[in-house]
Design a protein around this ligand. Structure first.
Ligand SMILES: Nc1nc2c(ncn2[C@@H]2O[C@H](COP(=O)(O)OP(=O)(O)OP(=O)(O)O)[C@@H](O)[C@H]2O)c(=O)[nH]1
Ligand SMILES: [Mg+2]
Length: 204
């Protein structure tokens, strides 16, 4: 399950993760849990078609929990390895939207008691100190198991990851370095720190 505030790159990251895990040989499926905007589901569906990954969608404005439940159920019944659940962007300060996210998580657990195994916060690299607050609140609501930082192909270096990992002890899983399906890399701590400090990697 992928969560985060608006526009950070959640849907694109779900698509990239689908491509990444499929290349590792996993049978992958998407659930378009962003039912808030009609375009949210179709955006992921388009990715699914392009990548050849089946996508569970609901009608616009339908319950995101229902889509996630259907996805979790279908993953089990079709014997697939991995379901990636996209969610609508939401401000961590909006109580009702955070409650909705908790419900999506609960409902996935009803379809499959072992799930969701991972809940990853997507953070835009340009986010400053507010990123720590986002991580705190999302973590309290649903229990984060990882962070993905996107848009590291820009000028921002994602320094906010330091206080997040120090305070919340949540591991960084991947970095996003562009808009295409292959622009996702497993997090490499040494490379990240060298880029952050502007050190040449060879000097390590
Ligand atoms: N340069 C760059 N752009 C990215 C990256 N990841 C996502 N984007 C772009 O960021 C914009 C927003 O991406 P989305 O995936 O739609 O973001 P989202 O979090 O799903 O947005 P909402 O569902 O509206 O909350 C798109 O134009 C993406 O192509 C990245 O790693 N680098
Ligand atoms: Mg989205």
């Amino acid at each position: 399950m992928v969560v985060g505030v608006n526009g950070v790159g959640k849907t694109t990251t779900v698509a990239k993760l689908g491509s990444y895990y499929r290349k590792l040989g996993r049978k992958v499926m998407f659930a378009a849990g962003d039912t808030f905007r009609a375009a949210g589901a179709s955006q992921l569906e388009v990715w699914g078609e392009r990548l050849g990954i089946p996508t569970v969608t609901g009608a616009g404005g339908s319950d995101p929990g229902a889509v996630a439940f259907e996805g979790a159920h279908q993953r089990l019944s079709r014997g697939l390895d991995l379901l990636l659940v996209d969610t609508a962007g939401r401000l961590h300060t909006k109580h009702n939207l955070m409650e909705e996210l908790k419900k999506v998580k609960r409902v996935i657990g009803k379809a499959d008691p072992n799930e969701p195994r991972e809940i990853w916060l997507v953070l835009d690299a340009v986010t400053g100190q507010n990123g720590l607050e986002q991580a705190r609140v999302f973590n309290e609501a649903v229990g984060l198991t990882g962070v993905i930082v996107t848009k590291l192909d820009g000028t921002a270096k994602g320094g906010v990851l330091l206080p997040i990992t120090r305070e919340l002890k949540i591991p960084i899983k991947f970095i996003g370095v562009g808009e295409r399906e292959d622009d996702l890399q497993p997090y490499d701590a040494a490379a990240f720190v060298h880029a952050l400090l502007d050190l040449p990697l060879a000097a390590a």
